[in-house]
Each structure stands twice: as structure tokens, then as C-alpha cells.
Design a binder for this molecule. Structure first.
Ligand code: BG6
Length: 475
């Protein structure tokens, strides 16, 4: 059974949904100049939430949302990332929060979701520079001061771990450079210190608010019952997941990651007092994204000396899975135990159940699912309907397993799948749709500039409404 006050909702991010990239004093973000995959639209107009937010929030209310996870565009608040504040940006988000509260929807607000102000990338080289700690904390201070009465749940940083783990190759717009392990893990360290400071500040400035991180956490499965595959899964959990959460919850890094650093010549630039700062920044809860798609980790041991693996390496794997090869730790494999959806896609409905149980055991903190879902093209029929039964099936089986996980002790207080309204996928444009609400636009930015972007209710809209109404009983 789901708790009575369970926060049913959905998620989004500013860059992917808002549009209005040059409206009302907003500065550019790295995503506005992002090198796009061929054939995909930019993030300039997105789903034009900037001009449709009242309609969108009314539709969320119609579905019965208790929560809406969204993010703030840093460059709408601070066009240069620091310095002068853009009052029209402040007012926009206040209007959005008021609109949510009008319907009893709790905004769950991500402070930073990939879209770094371009000025900070150009001036400091982004997160490679320790100056970013103060710059981020200054931005947080503005948000906490402005919105302390409107926001009760803050998320510090979206998927910090994925940016580091995958080498930021996809996410860092504008630069798209591969960085060394030392660069990346120093960025991670800087980002963690910034988050710890922000949490402390939030507790001081917003006594009625709670704050936590929002990494992407998927528990690793060993490929076989070989002890070395099990060790690979433990290693991978430490490197991909625990490194970030241990730092924020315990103020330490897992021992096996120190070994990984040593084996891979990664040197952390640790300053006096860094671990004290980490120890002072306690999260009140953990938000985590958990997709359970075909990249669900399924690990085999990957020796540091990988010469014996080279010849066997003709695997048919996605690009992201290949990026999971970590010598001395483990590497991903295709998981033949995944469920198959009605449209043939592979997914893991157990992902949240398994991961939430593990996180509850390790951290003893409440959990909220900040993302989960299934993106693919949808068809808008002539009568305005969208029959996305494949999405319903995917979410239904995941929610079923999540409920069992709660009965087994996973301390989950909310579920915000990706996404409420169709938005622009990080790598595959608007064609890869995730929403309960369809947005009538295609990849053509020129047309999007003036398109009505009319909203339509998908079949999953009506289904999710019933799920919420019945508190998860009617699936
Ligand atoms: C998460 C991100 O990693 O996955 C979202 O937080 C993203 O921003 C989502 O949209 C789905 O990935 P994609 O690449 O399909 O958009």
C-alpha cells in the first residue's frame, strides 16, 4: 500500500520544457549553444512552458498531481550566472509556484539541472574551477531568500553522478570535450562541496524546507554468481552511486573508490576543511532518478589489465553502456532478464524496488523518485487522441514493484516520473516523448517559433489520473 500522503506527480527541467530562451532578460545557458545530434531541435523553444505554464499546471491538477518536480534556469535568475539579478526571472518562478499552490501541488525544485549559464562556462571553465563553489552558493542564497515561503522541497543538483561517470560527453553543451579522470573527479569534488554548503545554508535560511540531492541511482546487478562479478557490482555501486551519496550523507568517500583512483592515476585536489564542509551538509531526503531501461547495470568483472578481454570485445551495446567500461571495476553487459514491453522494448520494472531498498538500508533517509519513465515517439491521431499503451504498461509494472518495495521497507514518499508534459530529450529531440501531455510540435525549430504548441491528453493521462485518485490501487 502507498502511504496516504504519497506525493504523486511528474518531472521536468527548465532547459527541456521552458523555451523563451531569450525572453525577458534571460541570459544564455550552455544548452542554448549545445552541439545537437543531427535532425534534432534546439532547446530554444522547447515546449514553451514559459508561455503555457498556467494551462500545463491546470492539466497537472486535472490529473490530481500532489507534486511537480521542475527546475530553475540559473540564467533566467542571473543572466551572467552571478552579479545582476533579473527580476523578471524571479517573478516568473514565483508565478509558477503560486499557480502550483493554487491547486495544492507541491513544487519540488531542482536548483541546477545541466543548464549552466554560458557566461560561467566561458569565465571559469565551468565546474573545473573551485570558484564555482561560491558562485553556486550565491545563486542558492538568492533562491532561498526569494522563495523560502513558496518552496518546501529543494533538490541541489540533477544527475551529478552521470555527468562525471559518462565523462560529461553528452551533457556539457558548447564544449563537448572529453576530460581526464582527474578533471572529472575534481569537478565532482567541487560540486559535492558546493552542494554540502547549499544544504547547510538552506537549513539556516529556510527552516520550513527540506533539501536533498537528485542523482541517477540504479543498483548494479552482478552478471553471474561468480564472486568476481559480485565484486564488480559492489565496485560499480561505489563508483557510480555511493561516491556521491556517501559524501553528502556521511562526509566520506567509499574506500573502493580511493583504490580506483590509485589504480587509474586519478588525483583529487583536496583542500583543508573540505571533509568538514561535507560533514556539515546533511540532506533531509534523497531524490533519485531511476529509469530501469536497457542500460540497467548488469556487470561482469573488468580487470585492470584488460588485455585478455580485447578479443572478446565485439559486443552490440549502446553508446552509454560502452561508456560504463571501467577497468579495475566492471563493465556493463546486456541483461537477458529484463522484461519485454508490448512494443518490444526491454525494461526493468524492479529497478526502483531494488534500488530504494538498498538506499533505505544504507542511508536511512526518506526517498523520492525524481525521474523514471519511457521515452519514444507517440502518434497524434486525427481525432486528437494518443494511444500510448506501451508507456502505461511500463509505468504500471514499475509502480507495482515500487509498491511491493515500500511494503518491504523502502522508505519512498513520492513518485515523479519523467515527464508531465512532452519535452525535448537530452539527446534525441522532441521526437522522444515522455509526457502524459502531448505537445504539438516537431523537430523543426523554425515552425516551433510560431507554432501554437497545442496540448493534448494522452491515454496515459487518463490512466495516471486514476492511479492517483485510487492512491495506486487502480493500476
Ligand atoms: C535524465 C535527465 O538523465 O534522463 C533528463 O535528468 C533526461 O534531463 C532524461 O531528459 C531522459 O534522457 P533522454 O536523453 O532521453 O532525454
Amino acid at each position: 500500500m502507498f502511504p496516504n500522503d504519497f506525493l504523486w506527480g511528474a518531472s521536468s527541467s527548465s532547459a527541456q520544457i521552458e523555451g523563451g530562451y531569450d525572453s525577458d532578460g534571460r541570459g544564455l545557458s550552455i544548452w542554448d549553444v549545445k552541439k545537437l545530434n543531427p535532425g534534432t531541435c534546439s532547446f530554444h523553444y522547447a515546449s514553451d512552458f514559459y508561455h503555457h505554464f498556467k494551462e500545463d499546471i491546470a492539466l497537472m491538477a486535472e490529473m490530481g498531481f500532489k507534486a511537480y518536480r521542475m527546475s530553475i534556469s540559473w540564467s533566467r535568475i542571473l543572466p551572467d550566472g552571478e552579479g545582476e539579478i533579473n527580476q523578471r526571472g524571479i517573478d516568473f518562478y514565483r508565478d509558477v509556484f503560486h499557480e502550483c499552490h493554487k491547486y495544492g501541488i507541491e513544487p519540488i525544485v531542482t536548483i541546477f539541472h545541466f543548464d549552466l549559464p554560458l557566461a560561467l562556462q566561458q569565465k571559469y571553465g565551468g565546474w573545473n574551477n573551485r570558484q564555482m563553489i561560491d558562485t553556486y552558493v550565491n545563486y542558492c542564497q538568492i533562491l532561498f531568500k526569494e522563495y523560502k515561503d513558496d518552496v518546501h522541497y529543494w533538490l541541489t543538483y540533477n544527475e551529478q553522478n552521470m555527468l562525471i561517470f559518462f565523462g560529461a560527453v553528452d551533457m556539457i553543451g558548447g564544449t563537448n570535450q572529453l576530460q581526464t579522470g582527474t578533471d572529472l573527479y575534481n569537478q565532482a569534488h567541487i560540486q559535492l562541496i558546493a552542494q554540502a554548503k547549499a544544504m547547510k545554508l538552506c537549513h539556516e535560511m529556510c527552516p520550513n524546507a527540506k533539501i536533498g540531492p537528485a542523482p541517477n541511482i540504479t543498483t548494479s546487478y552482478p552478471k553471474t554468481c561468480s564472486p568476481m562479478d559480485y565484486i564488480a557490482s559492489l565496485n560499480m555501486d561505489d563508483l557510480r552511486n555511493n561516491f556521491y551519496l556517501d559524501a553528502l550523507v556521511f562526509g566520506t568517500y567509499p574506500m573502493s573508490v580511493w583504490k580506483y583512483f590509485k589504480d587509474n592515476q586519478i588525483i583529487l585536489d583536496i583542500h583543508d576543511g573540505d571533509f568538514e564542509i561535507l560533514k556539515e551538509g546533511h540532506p533531509d531526503f534523497i531524490g533519485f532518478n531511476c529509469y530501469g531501461n536497457d542500460t540497467t547495470e548488469y556487470l561482469e568483472y573488468y580487470p585492470l589489465d584488460m588485455s585478455d578481454m580485447v578479443n572478446a570485445d565485439n559486443r552490440e551495446m549502446s553508446y552509454l553502456m560502452k561508456l560504463m567500461d571501467k577497468p579495475g571495476v566492471g563493465r556493463a553487459s546486456q541483461n537477458e532478464y529484463l522484461s519485454k514491453g508490448e512494443d518490444g522494448h526491454a525494461y526493468d520494472p524492479y529497478c526502483i524496488r531494488v534500488t530504494a531498498r538498498r538506499l533505505t538500508d544504507r542511508y536511512h533517509l526518506p526517498l523520492i523518485i525524481t525521474e523514471n519513465g519511457y521515452g519514444r515517439p507517440d502518434i497524434l491521431e486525427e481525432d486528437g487522441t494518443i494511444h500510448d499503451s506501451y508507456r502505461i504498461e511500463h509505468l504500471r509494472e514499475t509502480i507495482r514493484q515500487m509498491e511491493i518495495g515500500i511494503e518491504e521497507g523502502a522508505n519512498i514518499f513520492g513518485y515523479c516520473p519523467w515527464s508531465a508534459v512532452d519535452l525535448v530529450s537530452t539527446r534525441e529531440g522532441i521526437t522522444k516523448r515522455y509526457g502524459f501531455i502531448y505537445v504539438d510540435r516537431d523537430e523543426d525549430d523554425e515552425k516551433a517559433k510560431t507554432a501554437s504548441m497545442k496540448r493534448y491528453r494522452k491515454d496515459s493521462f487518463y490512466w495516471y489520473k486514476k492511479v492517483i485518485e485510487s492512491n495506486g490501487k487502480e493500476l
